[in-house]
Design a protein around this ligand. Structure first.
Ligand code: ASP
Length: 308
C-alpha cells in the first residue's frame, strides 16, 4: 500500500495570493486527502479537490471564471488517470458550476476524451450537474472597450507584449491538482476560466491532454497553469512526463521543461505540479508567485505563495 499524496494549485502569476485563497487551497487539499485515505481513487481525489476551489469563487475557475470578450464565461477542464491512461475534458463549457465533474463524466461515461462548447454544456445538463447561481464576478466590458481589447488581442509586437504584461499583473488563478492513491495510481486535473481578454471561443492548455495535464503510472502526474498559448506549443505536461519516465526527478523534469518553455516561447510563463508514482514531487513556477500546496499524510496541508 502506497503513501497517499495530493498536490493542488490556485494559479501562477504576479498577483498577491490572498489568505482566503490559501485557506481554500488547504481546505481543498484536506478534502482530497481524506478521500485517498478512505481508499478512493486518485481521480476522485483530484476531482473533489478541484471542486472545492471551483465552488469558492476565489479562483479563475467555476463560479470565479474570467469572462471572454463577449461577456460570456466559457470554461475548460480536464482529468486523466495513469493506470489505463483514461482521460476526459470539456472546453468552452458554459453555466456549469463544476466543469471538472463534467470532464470526469466524459472520462467515465463516454468513449470520448474532449467535448466542446454547447455540446459539453448539454452533456453536463444530461447528468444534471449543478449550474452556477452567482453572477459573473467581473461585469462585461462595454462594446467600445471590447472592440479596443479585441484589436489588442490580435496585435503583435510591442502592443502584444504590453498586453501580456497586463495579463500577468491581473494574475491567472486557474486551479489544478495531482494525486497518488493507495493502489499506486496517479491522476491529474485542471479547471480554468482561461485568461483575461480572450476572444470568444479561445481555448487554452487546460483541457488539452499532454498540454495542461498528463498522468501515467509509468511516469507520473502533471498539472499546469500559466499562459496556455505557450504551454500548448511545447506540450509541457507530456514533456515533463516523458522526462520523468526517462529517469529525471520531478524537480529536474519540471525545471528543464519550464526553462525550455521560457527560452523558446516569447512571453511564456507557467507553473507546474509534478508527482512521481514513488511519491516524490515538485512544485515549480517561472512566475513571481504560485498559490500551491500539498498534503502527504497526517498533519496539516502545506500551502504557500511561492515554491523554488
Ligand atoms: N492555462 C490557463 C489557460 O491558458 C490559464 C491559467 O493557467 O491560469 O487557459
Amino acid at each position: 500500500m502506497k503513501r497517499c499524496i495530493i498536490l493542488a494549485h490556485g494559479g501562477a502569476g504576479a498577483k498577491v495570493v490572498t489568505p482566503a485563497q490559501l485557506a481554500c487551497l488547504a481546505e481543498a487539499l484536506a478534502a482530497g486527502h481524506i478521500l485517498l485515505e478512505r481508499g478512493s481513487t486518485a481521480a476522485a481525489a483530484v476531482e473533489v479537490t478541484i471542486r472545492v476551489m471551483e465552488g469558492s469563487g476565489l479562483f479563475n475557475a467555476g463560479t470565479g471564471a474570467h469572462l471572454q470578450l463577449d461577456g460570456m464565461r466559457r470554461m475548460d477542464a480536464s482529468i486523466m488517470e495513469g493506470r489505463l491512461l483514461r482521460a476526459g475534458a470539456v472546453a468552452g463549457i458554459e453555466h456549469i458550476r463544476h466543469p471538472i465533474t463534467a470532464a470526469r463524466l466524459v472520462m467515465e461515461k463516454t468513449a470520448h476524451v474532449l467535448l466542446i462548447s454547447k455540446h459539453a454544456t448539454r452533456f453536463a445538463d444530461h447528468f444534471k450537474l449543478e449550474r452556477q447561481t452567482r453572477r459573473p464576478r467581473k461585469p462585461a466590458l462595454p462594446p467600445s472597450r471590447r472592440n479596443a481589447m479585441r484589436e489588442a488581442v490580435t496585435a503583435t509586437g510591442p502592443q502584444r507584449r504590453m498586453l501580456r504584461l497586463y495579463e500577468k499583473m491581473l494574475g491567472l488563478e486557474t486551479v489544478g491538482a495531482v494525486a497518488l492513491d493507495a493502489e499506486g495510481t496517479v491522476a491529474a486535473g485542471a479547471s480554468t476560466g482561461g485568461i483575461a481578454f480572450m476572444l470568444p471561443g479561445r481555448v487554452g492548455d487546460s483541457p488539452l491532454i499532454g498540454c495542461g495535464v498528463y498522468a501515467d503510472n509509468d511516469a507520473g502526474a502533471v498539472s499546469m497553469t500559466g499562459l496556455g498559448e505557450g504551454i500548448i506549443r511545447i506540450a509541457v505536461a507530456k514533456e515533463i512526463a516523458d522526462r520523468l519516465a526517462a529517469g529525471a526527478s520531478p524537480a529536474t523534469a519540471a525545471r528543464l521543461t519550464l526553462k525550455k518553455l521560457v527560452v523558446r516561447i516569447e512571453g511564456a510563463a507557467a507553473g507546474a505540479l509534478v508527482l512521481a508514482p514513488d511519491g516524490r514531487f515538485a512544485i515549480r513556477h517561472t512566475t513571481p508567485t504560485m498559490c500551491a500546496g500539498y498534503l502527504t499524510g497526517a498533519g496539516r496541508p502545506v500551502v504557500a505563495d511561492r515554491f523554488r
